[in-house]
Each structure stands twice: as structure tokens, then as C-alpha cells.
Ligand binder design. Structure first.
Ligand code: IFG
Length: 506
């Protein structure tokens, strides 16, 4: 039975993005050749070929050694059986082979009888699988070829679970959404003035008391260490590394409220449910502060496989400059003593960053000589400019959720910059990548998170993954529009920005 192959144009990309669904029989869907022009993030190279691969009840996924985890993931997504290598017939093959380029590079080759994804490491196969999902239209994959590799190694999203608490299931839902756009890092903001969200066995009141509330007195919560391990493992199965943040020395009211002895005056402040910042500080002059931090960092390092711990360092307005420098230099040493490297907000450059310390830039200007000087001295930088990458910023004055202190950020603003050349005076070699923070003072549900993250998160993900040469707003907005049917199928509560020509049904 041959289906008449209709002609498709790029505009069809707008209507053709469909979530990956397995079908029992070939459906009358014209394979969407322009799907190769519609991938988000844009790949290094992609071209359609003649022919079509049809997913049907005989289709299997085969995986060689080392590719099993990705094969099982893909089998779950497409609801297809996974078999060992060597089977004939209509197969989707995941092949771990070739040079390991030390990143998530891959090749995808689709022909009528077989689709093959080849990569030097499993993370590359997983990236190729996300691309494959975007090429599937109604059970068919147009023949073609993709060769792809990331521009930046660090492609992150931050979720603030301190201002409002989000359950393991809600975090895992966000992880699944991030992984579709090749994000590979999840920064969890675990402690702040309004809540401490991770169990520390040696200081139990941090979570049980310090985690008992949230902004506006909303329900609190915290992760037991087993629950945190579950988040880390789920993220790892999507090739996402978790970076936990304990914000220091400011943003520490939850800890100070939990243990009076941590306060310089020995008096514990009340729990805080407002949204002010900069009023709290650990007591830099007390030795107990460093015993406390050694315990916290030791326990956190033991359950965090990734190489970074984030120690915050922002808005320490109640810590003197001299104390801030003393404190941040000492805490970096504690992190290193526990075998981890430091990530910190860019204020860390006013202390003495360790060689491996990376500064997360959140200023609202691209001209910050102090950070540029540190970058020139070798400090790595992750870019999260608050006026371009903060997903808690309103889209416009009418946006019901979010804040506007940094900027109003429409989709074109989130997309309209180049991380490689953004920070004046910083060498391109210092730029490790990008991260899109999602602060939750005003966000309470997954639908709230999704409304702010989509469609801007895929824009930041593209800045992190795609070659600068592919940067083109006119094309991106069409590719973004074609993602909408997928988001609708997955129940993602995305903002229908007027800047994007959304397909009618979405
Ligand atoms: N700045 C604070 C966050 C959060 C944010 C909300 C940083 C590094 C404003 N610090 O961003 O805690 O309140 O947009």
C-alpha cells in the first residue's frame, strides 16, 4: 500500500510537529521532509533525503553495548520493543561507535529500512534520540541525515525549590521537558531565606523546621536524601547533571531560624515568608559556622555525583565586604576538600575564585569589568543575564505571573543575543555556556513553571547548543511554532506569545 506523498513546505513545519506516537499501521501522513529544517535546537547540519521510514508493529529498536539505557528510554517513548543487535527488518539502531569527542555529538541517518543514530558516547545517542523524536510525523520518519554537536558544554536550567517547594514528580516532569531541548544541567536552588529543602542528617532541623513553610505561608516541604538521590538518578537517565545550590552567606534565614547558635547574637530569627532579599547573613566570625558548612557540604557532596556544588554568594547585603571575601574564600576550600568544584553567582569574583571555580553571571548589563577581568584571568563563566535569561521575568506588563525587576522578556529577547560575544572583554574561551534560572516567588504549580519556561527555555537551549551561524530569529520563530503540537500533546502549559505563528489547533 503506497501513500501519495504530498509536498510539504517549511510552513508545514508549523503544523506538522507532532509528539512521537507509535502506530500499529502506516497512517496516511505525508512524511514531513521539512522536519529536517525544523529541529530545535538547530543542528550543525541536516538534510532530507528521498524515501520514508515507517514505524509499524514490526519495528524494533536495537542497541549495541553501552546503548541499552538510551534504547530502553526510546522504547518507552515510542512504545516499541528493544532487541539486541543484529536483527534484520525495520529497525531503529543506536550504535555506540567512533571517536568520543568528549561531548554529546552524534550522527543520525534515516533510510526506508533503518534509522541509525551513531555517537561516541551514550549522551550523544540521547541527544540524537531527541532529534529523532522531532522528525517523527504520524509514525513516519522522512529519510535524511543529521550531523550534530553542541556549541557549549554547559547548557543549564535552574529551578528555585526554596521560595516554593516542588515535589520529586514535579521536578522529574521539568527534567523531561528540559531534556527534549538538549539541556544537560539542572541547578537546584535548595536553600534560601524562605526554605531549606534538603535533609541534612547532622543538622535535622534545617529541613524539618527550616523547610516547613514557603513564600506567602504556602506549604513547605523538603527532599529526604533518598528523594534527592531519586532526582539525581532520574536526571542522569536523561543525561542531565544535577548541581545543588546552598546559597551563602546571604539568603540564609531558614538555616538561621533553625539553629540559634548559628546567629552572631545567638538568637534565631522567625521563619520568613516574604520576598525581600539581602537581610540575612551567616555569622562569618563564629567557628560553628564552618563546622556547620563542613557538615552540610560533606553530606551534599556524598549524594551529588556531579563535579559542581553551587554556594550562591549573591545579595549578601548584610555581610561586610571584608567578611564576604574571608567567608567565600574559606567556603571554597571546604568544597574543594570534599572533592567538588565551586559554582557561585558572579559576586564571587570580588573574593579570590579558586582556579576551578566558575562564576554564574546574572547582571543586567553586558559590561561588567570585574567579571571580565576574572574571565581574562581564567575564571570560567556561565551566562544567565537576568534581563535575557531569567524565566521568572514577565513576558510583558500583562503577564499574570513572574516579576519585572530585570526586564520584560519576550521570546525574541530571550533568543536575541550571543553568549560567545555577550560579556564585554571576556574571552570566548572563558564562556562555559548558558543557564536559564526559574525563580519561584510567584510560581506554585507545574503549569506556572511551564507558562514561564515555554517558549523561552527552548530559545536559551538553542543559544547553548547551536552554532552561532544558525542564529536566525525569522527561522527560529517558525521552528518554535512547530513545537506547539508536541507541547499540547504533553500537556505543557505554554505561553502563546504573539511573536510566534502558532498552528491553529494549538
Ligand atoms: N535575585 C535573587 C534571587 C531571586 C531573583 C528573582 C539572584 C542570583 C532576584 N538572586 O538572582 O534569589 O529573588 O528574580
Amino acid at each position: 500500500m503506497r501513500w501519495k506523498l504530498g509536498r510539504v513546505a517549511l510552513a508545514a513545519v508549523v503544523a506538522a510537529g507532532m509528539s512521537a506516537v507509535a502506530v500499529a499501521e502506516p497512517v496516511a501522513a505525508a512524511p514531513d521532509r521539512s522536519a529536517y529544517a525544523g529541529i530545535v535546537p538547530a543542528p550543525v547540519s541536516a538534510r532530507a533525503d528521498r524515501g520514508t521510514f515507517t514505524i509499524d508493529r514490526h519495528t524494533t529498536i536495537t542497541a549495541g553495548a553501552g546503548a541499552g539505557g538510551v534504547a530502553d528510554y526510546l522504547g518507552g517513548v515510542l512504545r516499541l520493543p528493544v532487541r539486541g543487535p543484529g536483527r534484520g527488518g525495520n529497525t531503529i539502531r543506536l550504535v555506540l561507535a567512533g571517536r568520543d569527542e568528549g561531548n554529546e555529538s552524534y550522527r543520525l541517518d534515516a533510510a526506508p529500512g533503518a534509522v541509525t543514530i551513531t555517537a561516541g558516547r551514550a549522551a550523544g545517542l540521547f541527544a540524537g534520540v531527541q532529534t529523532l523524536r522531532q522528525l517523527i510525523t504520524g509514525g513516519t520518519i522522512p529519510a535524511g541525515h543529521v550531523s550534530d554537536a553542541p556549541r557549549f558544554a554547559y547548557r543549564g536550567a535552574m529551578l528555585d525549590v526554596a521560595r516554593h517547594f516542588f515535589t520529586v514528580a514535579q521536578v522529574e516532569r521539568y527534567i523531561d521537558q528540559l531534556s527534549q531541548y538538549k539541556i544537560n544541567t539542572l541547578h537546584l536552588h535548595l536553600a534560601d531565606d524562605q526554605g531549606w529543602r534538603i535533609q541534612i542528617n547532622s543538622w535535622p532541623r534545617l529541613a524539618t523546621y527550616g523547610g516547613s513553610t514557603a513564600v506567602d505561608g504556602d506549604p513547605g516541604g523538603y527532599y529526604t536524601q533518598d528523594q534527592y538521590r531519586a532526582i539525581v538518578a532520574y536526571a542522569a537517565s536523561r543525561f542531565i547533571t544535577v548541581i545543588p545550590e546552598i546559597d551563602l552567606p546571604g539568603h540564609t534565614n531558614a538555616a538561621l531560624a533553625s539553629y540559634a547558635e548559628l546567629n552572631c547574637d545567638g538568637v534565631a530569627p522567625p521563619l520568613y515568608t516574604g520576598t525581600e532579599v539581602g537581610f540575612s547573613s551567616l555569622c562569618v566570625g563564629k567557628e560553628i559556622t564552618y563546622r556547620f558548612l563542613d557538615d552540610v557540604i560533606r553530606e551534599l557532596a556524598a549524594i551529588t555525583p556531579g563535579k559542581y556544588l553551587h554556594i550562591g554568594g549573591d545579595e549578601a547585603h548584610s555581610t561586610s565586604q571584608a567578611d564576604y571575601i574571608t567567608f567565600m574564600n574559606r567556603v571554597q576550600g571546604i568544597v574543594a576538600a570534599h572533592g567538588k568544584q565551586v559554582l557561585a553567582w558572579h559576586q564571587i569574583v570580588s573574593a579570590t575564585p579558586l582556579p576551578a571555580t566558575v562564576a554564574q553571571y546574572w547582571d543586567t548589563t553586558n559590561d561588567n569589568p570585574q567579571v571580565a577581568a576574572a574571565a581574562q584571568r581564567g575564571t570560567g563563566v556561565v551566562l544567565s543575564p537576568a534581563n535575557l535569561a531569567y524565566l521568572d521575568m514577565k513576558y510583558n506588563a500583562e503577564t499574570p505571573l513572574g516579576q519585572d525587576w530585570a526586564a520584560l522578556i519576550e521570546v525574541s529577547d530571550a533568543y536575541g543575543w550571543d553568549p560567545g560575544s555577550y560579556l564585554t572583554g571576556a574571552p570566548a574561551s572563558a564562556i562555559r555556556g548558558v543557564e536559564a534560572p526559574l525563580w519561584t516567588e510567584t510560581l506554585r504549580t507545574s503549569a506556572d513553571l511551564e507558562y514561564m519556561a515555554f517558549p523561552r527555555l527552548p530559545a536559551i537551549a538553542e543559544l547553548g547548543w547551536s552554532p552561532a551561524s544558525t542564529h536566525d530569529w525569522a527561522a527560529f520563530r517558525l521552528r518554535l511554532a512547530a513545537q506547539a503540537p508536541r507541547w499540547r500533546a504533553q500537556g505543557i502549559n505554554f505561553y502563546r506569545s504573539p511573536q510566534i505563528p502558532w498552528p491553529s489547533a494549538s
